[in-house]
Design a protein around this ligand. Structure first.
Ligand code: NDP
Length: 250
């Protein structure tokens, strides 16, 4: 039987806003039923209203790690085989290194790393039963080079790139491809918080981005769609910068 991209089911964490919303839009344009997970029911409902019946909003706080196995059981029995997982949900904290408290550090790690781990583990169990799947993690330029004032975020995104490689070697023999997108600076609420009141940082970002502009959320959506589909069926374990050249900029 030829591989087919028909009737796929995806989970996109943080699918109600920013980059996750753009990934959801691309998936739905390609007839992929997409479960979007977030905490803010209003954002999820707005996405549902915009995208229609292929969009399945699920309000859930991924910091509640102990609830993740039940959540995946429930979603699998309700919607069937999960083909794609995009670990996109993430939080940032911009603060001087010496001012960051242990609690703040752990909060970032909890959302960006521990929740991503627990969710990937539970979804992988299902994908292994099916012998097929695609997992896409989202890292950041913070794991490509040193960025000041984002120590916890940097730790979390560096972990995600390492975990991508570790997951790829364990899961690829079982039919699951695991890849990562490293977005450059993309115009969303998160980057606005980090850049809009910091003219110097924004100028530096743009000056070292050969393409000279911020990316659009849809640029990440296109890359995620490519990695999710069978067109990328021989690609696993890669970290793909989608950054206008920022990671190689001088
Ligand atoms: P947003 O703040 O717009 O989106 C983050 C999403 O994560 C929200 O939809 C939020 O949903 C969800 N989320 C956060 N915490 C939780 C939680 N505990 N449980 C469930 N959902 C949660 O940011 P972006 O779209 O910019 O970022 C998306 C990803 O891309 C992040 O991983 C970020 O680190 C990464 N990235 C972004 C870049 C940029 O320039 N914008 C650059 C590099 C990486 P809700 O509020 O409903 O909980």
């Amino acid at each position: 039987m030829p591989n087919t991209d028909q009737n796929k089911l995806a989970i996109v964490t943080g699918g109600g806003s920013g980059i996750g919303l753009a990934i959801t839009e691309k998936f739905i344009e390609h007839d992929i039923t997409t479960i979007i997970i977030g905490r803010d029911e209003k954002k999820l409902e707005a996405a549902k209203n915009r995208f229609g019946k292929l969009c399945k909003p699920v309000a859930f706080d991924l910091n509640e790690l102990s609830g993740i196995p039940d959540l995946i059981e429930k979603l699998s029995s309700e919607f069937g085989q999960i083909n794609i997982l995009v670990n996109n949900a993430g939080i940032n904290l911009k603060k001087e290194f010496t001012e960051v408290t242990d609690k703040e550090f752990q909060k970032i790690i909890l959302t960006n790393v521990s929740a991503m781990f627990a969710l990937s583990r539970e979804v992988s169990k299902k994908m292994i039963q099916n012998g097929k799947g695609s997992i896409i993690n989202i890292s950041s330029m913070a794991s490509q080079y040193g960025l000041p004032k984002v120590i916890a975020y940097t730790a979390s995104k560096s972990a995600i790139e390492g975990m991508t490689r570790a997951m790829a070697v364990e899961l690829s023999p079982k039919g699951i491809r695991v890849n990562c997108i490293a977005p450059g600076f993309i115009a969303t609420d998160m980057s606005a918080k980090a850049l809009n009141n910091d003219k110097e940082r924004k100028e530096r970002v743009l000056s070292r981005t050969p393409m000279g502009m911020l990316g659009e959320p849809s640029d990440i959506g296109d890359a995620a769609l490519f990695l999710a589909m069978d067109s990328a069926k021989y690609i696993t374990g890669v970290i793909l910068p989608v950054d206008g050249g920022n990671s190689v900029g001088f």
